[in-house]
Design a protein around this ligand. Structure first.
Ligand code: SAM
Length: 344
């Protein structure tokens, strides 16, 4: 009956369902987004505390079951079921998000919630334990990654409770954790563009254990991408470019910079997100550079700008992304921007 390919692990322990809803500190005026309501174990409890529930469910059979569960009851009017993939759904405004999250969409869901122009006051989300640990990981931790930096940059993240696999039917393979995400609002919200920040982090975290120098200067694809962005900025700011051709011979490959294997162990390479990112950058650069003319002085200029930012301005060239904190990344972004290098 359950389709575990879309993460259908139904919460069977009423105590846990009760605790999740209680942790959301709902107000009677709240509109709540529930992601993946399944058969509605959380939904009916949320409806007791909130004004309205918008439940987004991918599986029509589950959506039908949920609809049946409230049919003819007074709360029927306060439940809106949207059929579809929450990641692709345009969401109306809501105050709180509650979800026993299908684990396949953990990362895109967090990014979607954090990037909303008008983010919810709080989100109470159940994740696989390792994902929860990634969200809260600090610089130097084995699980510290782009997700950790982004999540903690835009929100306050707290680990709320551990949930054992036997609380679910069917039990998943791994343990779970409930996490609270409270987006920074007003003056606490960083005055940085989401796309710029994330665009830069994508490059820094292609490999967490790689030095900044290797990440930025050791990959033709990254250099090509930065050059392309720089050209756009120059065009928009009426900056003339020196297109004198130069030879390709001086191409330096420092991709193979030594990595701190002993410290990161096997865990870091399990991070599929980073590998995907590397492939994405390569694909994008490849598709856009094929038709490119011969290398010009602009490429040299861009390379020199990157060197200056990493070595002279921020002195982060030898530091690995996995050890950099929020302040390091902020300094890096400002230094790149100062050189006319943007990521969005
Ligand atoms: N909330 C229920 C509970 O706690 O018992 C069910 C949770 S179950 C882990 C995840 C639910 O999300 C399933 O009902 C599944 O069909 C649904 N789902 C999976 N992928 C989804 C997506 N992309 N968008 C919306 N719902 C999704």
């Amino acid at each position: 009956k359950f389709n575990t390919n879309v993460g259908q692990h139904i919460l069977k322990n009423p105590g846990v369902a009760e605790a999740i809803v209680q942790k959301a500190n709902l107000k009677p005026s709240d509109t709540v987004l529930e992601v993946g309501p399944g058969t509605g174990n959380l939904t009916v409890r949320i409806l007791e505390k909130a004004k309205k529930v918008i439940a987004v469910e991918l599986d029509p059979r589950m959506a039908a079951e949920l609809t049946k569960r409230v049919q003819g009851k007074p709360e029927q009017k306060r439940l809106e079921v949207l059929l579809g993939d929450v990641i692709k759904t345009e969401l109306p405004h809501f105050d709180v998000c509650i979800s026993n999250t299908p684990y396949q969409i953990s990362s895109p869901l967090v990014f979607k919630l954090l990037a909303l122009p008008n983010p919810p006051r709080t989100s109470i989300l159940m994740f696989q334990r390792e994902f929860a640990l990634r969200l809260t990981a600090r610089p130097g931790d084995a699980l510290y990654c782009r997700l950790s930096v982004n999540a903690q940059f835009w929100a306050k993240i707290t680990h709320v409770m551990k949930v054992g696999k036997n609380n679910f039917k069917p039990p998943p393979q791994v343990e779970s954790s409930v996490v609270r995400i409270e987006p920074k609002i007003g003056s606490e919200r960083p005055g940085v563009s989401w796309d710029e920040w994330d665009g830069m982090l994508r490059i820094c975290f292609v490999r967490r254990s790689r030095t900044m120098r290797a990440s930025w200067m050791g990959s033709k694809e990254v250099l090509a991408m930065v050059e392309r962005n720089y050209r756009v900025w120059c065009a928009m700011n009426d900056v003339a470019l020196d297109e004198t051709p130069v030879g390709e011979d001086d191409e330096m490959e420092i991709d193979a910079a030594p990595e701190e294997e002993e410290e990161w162990g096997g865990i870091m390479d399990e991070d599929g997100v980073d590998d995907e990112e590397q492939q994405r950058i390569a694909r994008e650069a490849g598709s856009k550079t094929k038709s490119k003319k011969k290398k010009t002085r602009v490429a040299e200029l861009v390379r020199e700008k990157i060197r200056k930012v990493l070595e002279d301005v921020t002195e982060l060239a030898d530091k690995r992304a996995g050890k950099c904190d929020e302040n390091d990344f902020l300094r890096l972004l400002f230094a790149f921007n100062e050189e006319g290098i943007h990521f969005a």
